[in-house]
Write a protein that binds this ligand. Structure first.
Ligand code: FAD
Ligand code: UDP
Length: 377
């Protein structure tokens, strides 16, 4: 059956990540016909989880859902039940363990201070070296928590993650981390937080229930043929790839995951341990079972464990692009691509790669819902 313009589908959604899945769900709910294509062998984009020995493994990196946006929380909980997981990573600096984000436990371990006043006095003493508005991540970090914490918990980790000196990175990246003069290890300042019970893949399956999906299908390699099938395209791949990189490459950070199944019940006692020194080659180790409290779907303790070491690298063609590098240079190039995208009729660019934005999951869902409000009438 064809739509009114004679094409088979109203929408072709490129990418089955959260942006594509939310758009596809809403389009179908508005009576539109939708085809989703994804070049990967699996749905769900970066939030894809895979069950190994009863453990939901976060295949493309650890994902903890957190939001202050009630609309997004009420929306997403229609498709999954969320557990009460609270992210509290531990930092390992050369064998010294610190609590994250920066809070009274961290300050006590770092300086032996006991009260918030003592901690504040110590930080004030150290932040004095920065005068004026912080110009980059290094200055921002020192003015927030002082030099000791910058040197032990921020500098090495950040330089490994971004492959750039902290003085060359934008200040906003570090503002993502809370800083508290209380004994609160919750990594996020969010009203709502958790992990979907049964894994993110199940949640995305629920979102795209009843919608045709073609996996292992690269849109850009089959563009003419796929364009002929639908009136409009929702494109959630990299914006520069869409235009054949004709204005140059946008920079991304890529991540390589080294995942192991271990025949022991407990490797590190926490979902995330960050290695904040410069020498350890990985940025962090994720022990996936702790996102669901070490239990399988029936509530049994799991005898084995799966861990992933994360190695960060500069993206090159052929790698998976994970993190847009939102600095000034890339911002300018993105703006040029955005102007080209605006002129591209019949295509909407969305998501972390389509909009080249360091979006969290909740922001991607909000952006997709906003797009639906404009597009689906
Ligand atoms: P994606 O999930 O990247 O989906 C895009 C899809 O498009 C992919 O499946 C891709 O295969 C497909 N695609 C691309 N090009 C083509 C093409 N040419 N043809 C066909 N298909 C194509 N957010 C949080 O809120 N909490 C976290 O803890 C968190 N942790 C993260 C950890 C890591 C390592 C990373 C990288 C991100 C993390 N995020 C986290 C962010 C989160 O992953 C994103 O906000 C969200 O998944 C982006 O959804 P998306 O649909 O925009 O993109
Ligand atoms: N960061 C750090 N030390 C840590 C964890 C994070 O210096 O132990 C810095 C790092 O620069 C990182 C930023 O804080 O890019 C934001 O961290 P977040 O965990 O939000 O990054 P994500 O991996 O979720 O993008």
């Amino acid at each position: 059956m064809n739509n009114t313009s004679g094409k088979k589908y109203d929408y072709l959604v490129v990418g089955s990540g959260l942006y594509g899945a939310v758009f596809a769900h809403e389009a179908k709910a508005h009576g539109k016909s939708v085809l989703i294509v994804d070049k990967r062998p699996n749905i769900a984009g970066n939030v894809y989880t895979e069950n190994t020995e009863g453990i939901n493994v976060h295949v493309y990196g650890a994902h903890i859902f957190h939001t202050n946006d009630k609309r997004v929380w009420e929306y997403i909980t229609r498709f999954a039940e969320f557990n009460r997981f609270t992210n509290s990573p531990v930092a390992n600096y050369k064998g010294e363990l610190y609590s994250l984000p920066f809070n009274m436990y961290t300050f006590n371990k770092m300086w032996g201070v006991v009260t918030p006043e003592e901690a504040e006095a110590k930080i004030n003493e150290q932040r004095g070296e920065i005068t004026g508005v912080p110009k980059n991540l290094e200055e921002q970090a020192i003015s927030l928590v002082g030099r000791d914490i910058f040197e032990k918990l921020i500098k090495g980790y950040t330089e490994k993650q971004w492959g750039r000196d902290c003085s060359e990175l934008p200040a906003f990246i570090i503002k993502r981390l809370p800083f508290r003069l209380t004994f609160d290890n919750n990594y996020f300042n969010a009203l709502y937080q958790g992990i979907p019970v049964g894994g993110y893949t199940k949640m995305v399956e629920n979102l795209i229930d009843g919608i045709e999906v073609r996996l292992n299908t690269d849109y850009l390699e089959n563009k003419a043929e796929l364009d002929a099938l639908a009136d409009k395209v929702i494109y959630t791949g990299p914006i520069d790839a869409y235009f054949g990189y004709k204005l140059g490459y946008l920079e991304y950070r890529s991540v390589r995951f080294e995942t192991e199944l271990l025949d022991k019940p407990n490797f590190q006692g926490n979902a995330a341990v960050n290695y904040t020194d410069r020498e350890t080659p990985w940025t962090r180790i994720i022990e996936h079972k702790w996102f669901e409290f070490g239990k399988d779907a029936q509530g049994n303790d799991l005898p084995k464990t799966v861990i992933s070491r994360e190695y960060s690298s500069e993206w090159k063609p052929g790698d998976e692009p994970y993190y847009p590098v939102n600095d000034e240079k890339n911002g300018k190039l993105y703006e040029q691509y955005r102007q080209l995208a605006e002129k591209e009729s019949g295509v909407i660019f969305g998501g972390r790669l389509g909009q080249y934005k360091y979006y969290d999951m909740d922001q991607v869902i909000a952006a997709a819902l906003d797009c639906c409000d404009r597009e689906l009438v």
